[in-house]
Ligand binder design. Structure first.
Ligand code: AMP
Length: 507
């Protein structure tokens, strides 16, 4: 059997190929039949360029219908898709291109010269913003639409996605056809996606969330998407009446809540709102439910594993938790040093094993070895605990753990306590070098519009609810927390910014 991801998804496509696959907000419409022939043209054009199975195709272009079909064409041809964040500068690209040694780089025309200068042996082709032109498109337009999917084994690589590298150098996570197809099947089943679904897709497609979690799941269900080039709260709200479901990062939901146009009527046809990539605050969860009647379903995953856990589709969606392991995926909470499984209720390292777990880091065998236990479990780098009902709770990244005066402080607990205070919009808790305690707890707080808080408004109420060693020693106020495009709070950036705050503190 051909285990090529596309061949597996294709076996699930609607029998009526005139079924819509994608509709954009600017009136473009693509049926399953159109997608099949267009991705065939991409696959033919790539093979005609001399690429062969296993070659990497690095892509740094804006989100568009064409750039999504390029992904499918790469997979069909048995090549390795390597998307790059559109925000990377030419000097940042240099590392990715020299590390991955792609056979082809696809970039915007205005980047062509810069990419040629750093791209080594790679060929360079272009795709204009919006997929409206470029040298790759010219080849694709001229190529044949019929293409026989390359025969792949489940272990063959389908993609390499570089991790966001917030704590060190970015690493290429190697994802196989099996990793991606197994996760699409598990998600379509868990979230009950069917051909009747129409997903609101406003996520970027250079990241696992928008590329795999959203697109592959929809293809697996033979369903359709409303495709927006980027998230725009008002545009999303105006199109929600035509959707049945939405996947987003937590910031999408807090931005939607800021719009008065978000009403129960506009979400009448929606059966499911899903959130992930960063923690969804219980306050946003509660407020969204109050406004719309929908309990957002929160799930947990990462570049290296795809999705690992999800709150239940039927059953209680517990705010502040990420639910249960997906079908076929094992998850344990282990002692970070020994890897021995801990008792329920104890905080430890979240480790996962299953067909979703990646093949290792590209050309980093030592790093790969370090991140796996002997029994095959992958050490996610997240810390968590399983509650009395079996729901997984994430307490933070291992590297964000604060050790103050010898005690472990889990930022998520302090952030939840701060977020529940009146007037607080959001908060981040970090550890800063402290001459006496090793690290001192520091809170960075953004207030809700119209409220003006001072340090005591945060510290005083916390003194009743948190042990002394967990209480912030300093509070800084900001307009908004620094986040990346996936809504992840940039803690390293804040640790650097506030690094000297305890310097000179008397012990
Ligand atoms: P990425 O590889 O960019 O997808 O980032 C993965 C990381 O995002 C995970 O290891 C977690 O630290 C974090 N993450 C993803 N989903 C959630 C969630 N629902 N709650 C808290 N953290 C999350």
């Amino acid at each position: 059997m051909n285990e090529n991801l596309f061949a597996i998804l294709r076996s699930r496509f609607p029998t009526d190929s005139s079924t819509v696959f994608i509709e954009t907000n600017c009136g473009q419409l693509m049926t399953y039949a159109d997608m099949l022939s267009r991705s065939g043209q991409y696959a033919n054009a790539l093979i005609d360029l001399g690429l062969s199975p296993g070659d990497r195709v690095a892509v740094q272009v804006e989100k568009s219908l064409e750039s999504l079909i390029l992904y499918l064409g790469v997979v069909r041809a048995g090549l390795v898709y390597l998307p790059l964040n559109t925000a990377y500068t030419i000097s940042e690209l240099k590392y990715f291109l020299s590390d991955s040694e792609p056979g082809l780089v696809v970039c915007r025309p205005d980047r062509e010269e810069g990419v040629r200068a750093i791209g080594g042996e790679a060929r360079v082709k272009t795709l204009e913003n919006g997929g409206k032109g470029g040298s790759l498109l010219a080849l694709v337009d001229a190529a044949s639409t019929s293409f026989e999917d390359a025969v792949c084994s489940g272990d063959d690589l389908a993609a390499i996605l570089y991790t966001s590298g917030t704590t060190g150098q970015s690493k290429g996570a190697m994802l196989s056809h099996r990793n991606l197809s197994s996760n699409a099947a598990a998600l379509a089943e868990t979230w009950a996606f069917t051909a009747r679904d129409r997903l609101m897709h406003a996520l970027p497609i250079y990241h696992t969330h928008g590329l795999f979690t959203a697109t592959n799941t929809i293809l697996h269900a033979g369903a359709s998407m409303i495709f927006l080039p980027k998230f725009d709260a008002e545009a999303v709200i105006s199109l929600l009446p035509q959707a049945t479901s939405m996947m987003g990062v937590p910031t999408f939901y807090s931005r939607l809540l800021q719009c008065e146009t978000l009403t129960r009527e506009c979400v009448e046809h929606i059966r499911l709102f899903i959130s992930g990539s960063a923690p969804l605050s219980p306050e946003v969860h509660a407020e969204f439910e109050r406004r719309t009647g929908h309990a957002i379903l929160e799930r947990y995953g990462m570049t290296e594993t795809g999705m690992n856990t999800s709150n239940p589709y039927d059953g209680a969606r517990r705010a502040g938790t990420v639910g249960f392991p997906l079908p076929g995926i094992e998850l344990r909470i282990a002692d970070p040093e020994s890897g021995n499984e801990l008792k329920q209720g104890e905080i430890g390292s979240i480790e996962v094993r299953g067909p979703n777990v990646f093949e290792g880091y590209w050309r980093k065998p030592q790093k790969t070895l370090e991140e796996f236990r002997d029994d095959g479990y992958f050490i996610t780098g997240d810390l968590g605990v399983i509650d009395d009902k079996g729901y997984v709770n994430i307490v933070g990244r291992d590297k964000d753990l604060i050790i103050s005066g010898g005690f472990n402080v889990y930022p998520a607990e302090i952030e939840a306590a701060i977020d529940s205070l009146a007037g607080v919009a959001e908060s981040a808790v970090i550890g800063i070098p402290h001459p006496d305690f090793g690290e001192g707890v520091v809170a960075i707080v953004a207030c809700k519009p119209g409220s003006l808080l001072v340090e005591d408004d945060i510290i005083t109420p916390l003194s009743d609810v948190l042990a002394r060693f967990k209480q912030p020693k300093l509070v800084f106020f900001v307009d908004a927390l620094p986040r990346n495009a996936m809504g992840k709070v940039q803690k390293k950036e804040m640790r650097d910014q506030y690094a000297d705050m305890f310097k000179g503190t008397k012990t």
